[in-house]
Design a protein around this ligand. Sequence first.
Ligand code: GLY
Ligand code: MN
Ligand code: MN
Length: 443
Amino acid sequence: MDTYIEFQKRRKKLADTLGEGIAVISNSDESSRNRDCNYPFRSDSYFHYLSGFPEPEAVIFIVAGDQPRAILFCKPKDTSKEIWNGYIYGPEEAAKQFLFDEAYSLEEINKIAPKILKGYIPNKSIYCLPSTTPSNCAIKSIANLQNWTGQKKVVEDKYVDLSKVLDGMRCLKSQGEVNIMQKSANIAAQAHIYAMGITKPGKFEYQIEGEILNQFMKNGARYPAYSSIVAGGHNACTLHYVSNNSLLKDGDLLLIDAGCELEGYASDITRTYPINGKFTSPQKDIYQIVLSAQKKAISKVTPGNYFDDPHKAAIEEIINGLIDLKILKASHDEVFEKELYKEFFMHRTSHWLGLDVHDTGKYFDNPLDGEASRPIKFKDSNVLTVEPGCYIKPNSNVPEEFWGIGIRIEDDVLVTSSGNKVLSSNAPKEVEDLEDVIGSLNE
Ligand code: GLY
Ligand code: MN
Ligand code: MN
């Protein structure tokens, strides 16, 4: 796989960008679920981005300067441990496969790290992620960072937050990353189509969730990117509903927010549709408003536009639509100024997408002196979600026919040189297309 070369290029680029100094990046720790059982291990996204190395208890040093080098500390080979927990690369094989200049056993880190760090403090910077600076060192494997520098006192301003540089890199996707994200979106879209096909009244939400997970795995994605939201009826008005334990009722809508993780990259798709296969008139009214808001928002995703342009477009559609339906009972200007629409559309329209479902990357430009900070502008190869919604709680002060309707439509969108590409376009969202698919599969 040539991605190992891509990981190596990222380390080189990081060293070039830093110019001098040392970056220290540690992988996440395993976390215990209960006695002797861990949660499935997932690498820290920054660590993965720079290495692809899949083991916990590993630390990378990237030395910038005239002769940049990348050094990995990892678990030593241990055949008795391998009997229980499987293959361990060990430094020699890890260096070869993951293209590190040097690799050592983690057991040697207290001996070798001081030599690598010698002379860096107080002269040059040490770059760390916020969780691994000496004053906030959550990660066991580099708890000794301060000692390794030979300094008795923490020289805080010599520890520079590495996330700023790495976030800038992660926010612009390479062609290799885009290819994986397209596959991740295809698998998730396929799972949504399958879920639509098997939806009918009388099933439990978690039974649909189970089929979605099955589709992810069947198609090569081992994990969901986040806990799937499978929310029938007014459960959809709880934005992060993950209980998924209610019965699906005839006449209700079903909101599914589910995406998979493929080679570390998340997809994040939401579709909302009628459980019995046919929208009621009030459901369709709200659905068309959200769909139109989503399409207008997507049309604003283009290089040079501001990050909040899609959100502004979505708000406009939702305000006008809800005023037409008399759900909002004030003038457009009053609704806008007093943000009355937030009773029904209370979240943002977009977030960056990548290794993390809510990916790193800044949303505002650094203001120049005296200027207010402004939303960042889209650039070619950014990936974001576009996901407006409308949620009308039961007993709201609106006509009763709208009570309990919760709708969100979410797609994954790549910024291209001339506009955008919807990576998740395989998942249907037009009313007629949804009505054709719902309940169409015999299990
Ligand atoms: N699935 C989480 C989100 O849509 O942001
Ligand atoms: Mn989502
Ligand atoms: Mn999202």
